[in-house]
Ligand binder design. Sequence first.
Ligand code: ADP
Ligand code: MG
Ligand code: MG
Length: 883
Amino acid sequence: TQYIYNFGGGSADGRTDMRNLLGGKGANLAEMASLGLPVPPGFTITTEVCTAFYDNNRQYPEGLKDAVDKALERVESIVERKFGDAEKPLLVSVRSGARASMPGMMDTVLNLGLNKETVKGLAALAGDERFAYDSYRRFIQMYSNVVLQMDHHSFEEILDTYKDDRDYVLDTDLTAADWQAVIVKYEAAVQAELGKPFPQDVHEQLWGAIDAVFGSWMNDRSKTYRRLNAIPEDWGTAVNVQAMVFGNMGDTSATGVAFTRDPSTGENHYYGEFLVNAQGEDVVAGIRTPQNLTIAGRQRQGNEDPSLEEVMPETFKELTAIFQTLENHYRDMQDIEFTIQEGKLWMLQTRNGKRTAKAALKIAVDLAEEGKISEEEAVLRVNPAALDQLLHPSLDPKATRDLLTKGLPASPGAASGKVVFTADEAERLANDGQKVILVRTETSPEDIHGMHAAVGIVTARGGMTSHAAVVARGMGRPCVCGAAEVRIDKAGTAFTVSGRTVSAGDQITLDGATGEVFFGAVKTIEPELSGDFAKLMVWADKARRMKVRANAETPLDAKTARGFGAEGIGLCRTEHMFFDAERITVVRQMILARDATERKAALDKLLPFQRDDFRELFTVMRGLPVTVRLLDPPLHEFLPHTDKEIEEVAQGSGIAVDQLKARAKDLAEQNPMLGHRGCRLGVTFPEIYEMQVRAILEAACEVAAETGDAVVPEIMVPLVSMKKELAFLKSRIDAVATEVFADKGRILDYLVGTMVELPRAALIADEIAEEAAFFSFGTNDLTQTTYGLSRDDSGAFMPFYIREGLVETDPFVSLDPKGVGALVEIGAERGRQTRADIKLGICGEHGGDPASISICERIGLDYVSCSPYRVPIARLAAAQASL
Ligand code: ADP
Ligand code: MG
Ligand code: MG
């Protein structure tokens, strides 16, 4: 096997696509050398050597040493210097380079090969003693820190004291003699701490550095980083050994970093910084303030210092020509490191540059319009999850802010408003035209109207999948959850946080993308949904196979969803329509009814409310399919809790308070999630579903009559686990339909189907499909029931599972491909066996998660459905999944 790949001197053994073997840095150095760009010659020791090293009890493979010697000779002959030579010494850098860039790995060692003898040779060659001793002291400092693991403070202290004693301010104030004196002190420090002198043998130095790179693969920092980023241990790192070039040889030398486009905005202008007479990481280290690359760049920043364009115009031209070459070659924005040695330009690194979501979008669209990449590639270049940041208002980066506390970033977007502590108060003030932020210890379904009325929500308890988080994401309300320091006082008039008190009516601002909560109003900026965003969406829609629908029940959410390109509603949860203040009492009367007559009386009052809701919703969605789920949640969610609530219900229904209390007690369940809910309610109280179906179909007929454009209602029965449940309900639904159509003198298309959300339903999907015209996989409940894991209680242990690496991601956030995904696949397959054209979709949180969407594409579902604000994300993710 080949352990070593050479580069530089006009050719290279490696290529960009060999990144697994050569690491990112090595592969790109080789590619640049092949392109004929000025790359200092060197070689890469492969990642396979790293793997072999660990497989073989930290022994290098036989022959590696000879191969390194040979590769070093090649470099020596190209640059006409010799490693360790007293007269013409070759110096090298030793650079780590894994496949994926990995903080925590060994830092680069520069100027390796210097010792008491070679430093003199370097001084003579350069005709500059100061430069040579400066380089040597840098080397001692870096090598001692990185390879010998000494604290760099020891050296900084020596240098600071030396400068203070002589009233020096800048490092450039030190002369050659000064550096020699500092070196003596550095060497003494090494001797004192390690009990042996700084290594003078250049081969010992080289192998020390190589050992340190390979050793750093298994240090704690690297291991942690790999675990958090799911990088396998057996990837290994490569080591790059490369001839040094010097940016610290006086005023015609410099070192810098650059991006071929602006990494924060995506603007097509060069963006970068450099330092004259400097080396390596001086630019990032912030010792001196770096200068801008371009005139335009320094003007943008109001920087007076001359740019590279002004200081070294010729080199600048050469450099920017290389920017173009590299960008055209890699067909992406590049992040570049370069050094200028006495006017000669050298390229030290290139890679696809990291960028903000905004920049990613702009760069992808621009590159496609410039004809450098195809529209499909542009679609693949933008991370759908990152779009989330772009679809919501964000805090003005220039605005001043006063941080109160931080919780979980539960639902993105930024909002300012007055603090309120109850849902009713939120609704009252919102109706008054005020902006409010609802602050709760936690939220429950009864708070939904208040969450809707608020511009943002903060909770003290609860995780990323808590009620507040799920509902807020669904509504597109910014939300910070689990802000654990927030304590709401008993009276509910104020909260305290880190010693400060915030009262009802005070202004606060939250940023749901970061989890931060601020005191006062912070200026926000609106998202830009036209332009690049719109263009990318058009390209995504061309590539996409699956349809994208939204989960929505209010006309407002439905409008938002249509605006974001939803092609129907995949889940309208009718119970959300029940929590409205005017109706909840009637709903409670219905639930607490002692017999069918009482129930019927309450249902008759509810029917017009429901019909009006559907009329509004169907008007917004006309021309598109709308899936309406019949009543689903456990009844306890609607039961009155307080005496006041019980009294209200008693008054409205004429039932005695005591009787009501007894009835509420009867209805209490041990395990409501697995109790009397879903179609089980429909089976035991058929009149509830009959009322809902009537409301749906009457509304559909009326909207069709008014607009001439009908929705196709898809009536969805929840929580089915047997064919007979669905058969029982379907015959009643069809009977109501016949009645309604006769009344209205109009026949409409409608479908009856079911939510597949119990493992048994997935397993006997072939039977259920005999009754169901469509399946919508309810993966929230399917995850709960497949894992036997309560979503509302998993917050107590799921974070530990994630931290300890037992699960990669919360299965409520990203669909579990092995278990839950398998059930979806089985359900889809068996459903199609019975009914080839059965409509298949997914609703619930997973429908807006890119990884889950790609599983849905693989299974061949017809559509995904997600909250309105995630519709663009789902459109992009679905497009990527089909490419
Ligand atoms: P990182 O991965 O932290 O960026 P690098 O290996 O890229 O580490 O090295 C950091 C910096 O060191 C480079 O940007 C460059 O300025 C300098 N450097 C590395 N190798 C050389 C070299 N052969 N000659 C001159 N400078 C070098
Ligand atoms: Mg570094
Ligand atoms: Mg680098």
